[in-house]
Design a protein around this ligand. Structure first.
Ligand code: BDR
Ligand code: CA
Length: 314
């Protein structure tokens, strides 16, 4: 099984992603760390712990991390998308966790889980990258213990929070640039361009709800989130962004990856949080970058859409 740590800000699609990893036999889920993002840190931490309790995974340690970005304050959260509590106002319906929150913080838990692991560990950050940037800065050499960092984030064509930027990257662009362009650990970026194409429809959600008590409880977290998609995009369905990234983390190769340099815009102008993935052919890049393109990131550009949806449901 893939050894995995999820760093998360639940969030309805985060809840789906956590459940995917928590219930998969292919995964050794070592821990979950939390970060501010869709809602404040106290709420994301409560939500993550309750989703694990729903999946009867109180064996998984949870530690809380950053409450704010590295440099500039977050301009707004995503309560308009995920509901006031981050789970369509339904977090109270989930079971109480049977395990204490770790007394140490996220960076400490990440560091000790990585150090104790007997093989390299995959990290799946599905919120702002603040904890991961802090880990790489605080623990030089720790990247040797990291198999891959599989990130949900970024936008190749247009953003969802601004014209240029996707929410996770926009929430802490300095942290994202530190992780993606730092080159310490191999990174995969699963941008919203692909996660929107992987959206699930009402029939998929009905099948999830009918699959058993966990599926029914997950479906019950979706009303506000689905209302957002109905209003903003006219869809009967929703994007499961974070679950697409976790699918790649636990089933490497399920997404098609293109190895290209990625730079994150950290200026304070309208481009803040943009991910510039250089998808030109290598020869075209070499003409202008002097042959030193910087670290390559595996950018997810395609998948078998129905195969992916079936994998998530199974
Ligand atoms: C990302 O932003 C959050 O609202 C979702 O949970 C996902 O991680 C999509 O842009
Ligand atoms: Ca998220």
């Amino acid at each position: 099984p893939v050894k995995l740590i999820i760093d998360t800000d639940p969030g309805v699609d985060d809840a789906f992603a956590i459940a995917l990893a928590a219930l998969s036999e292919d995964v050794d889920l070592l821990g979950v760390t939390t970060v501010f993002g869709n809602v404040p840190l106290a709420a994301t931490t409560r939500n993550a712990r309750r989703v694990l309790a729903l999946c009867k995974r109180d064996d998984v340690p949870v530690a809380a991390g950053a409450a704010r970005p590295l440099v500039h304050p977050q301009a707004h959260e995503a309560k308009d998308v995920h509901g006031a509590d981050g789970l369509s106002g339904r977090s109270a319906a989930l079971p109480e966790p049977g395990r204490q929150l770790e007394s140490s913080d996220a960076v400490t838990l990440l560091g000790s889980l990585l150090e104790a692991a007997d093989e390299p560990v995959t990290i799946a950050p599905i919120g702002p990258l603040t904890n991961i940037a802090a880990l790489l800065a605080a623990r030089p050499g720790i990247a040797e213990k990291i198999e891959r960092i599989v990130i949900m984030g970024g936008a190749l064509r247009h953003g969802n929070t601004t014209a240029a930027a996707e929410f996770n990257i926009w929430s802490d662009p300095e942290a994202a640039q530190r992780v993606l362009a730092g080159g310490e650990a191999p990174c995969v970026l699963v941008p919203m361009d692909l996660t929107y194409r992987c959206a699930v429809d009402g029939a998929w959600l009905a099948a999830l709800a009918a699959s058993g008590p966990v599926g029914a409880a997950l479906d019950a977290l979706t009303p506000d989130y689905r209302a957002h998609y109905r209003h903003a995009l006219g869809w009967d369905g929703m994007a499961v962004h974070d679950a697409v990234a976790v699918a790649e983390a636990i089933r490497p190769g399920i997404l098609r990856l293109e190895q290209v340099p990625v730079q994150v815009e950290t200026s304070l102008g309208p481009g803040r949080g943009a991910t510039h993935a250089d998808l030109r052919l290598p020869a075209a890049r070499a003409d202008t970058d002097g042959g030193t393109p910087g670290p390559l990131v595996g950018v997810a550009t395609d998948t078998d859409l129905d195969g992916l949806r079936t994998f998530l449901l199974d």
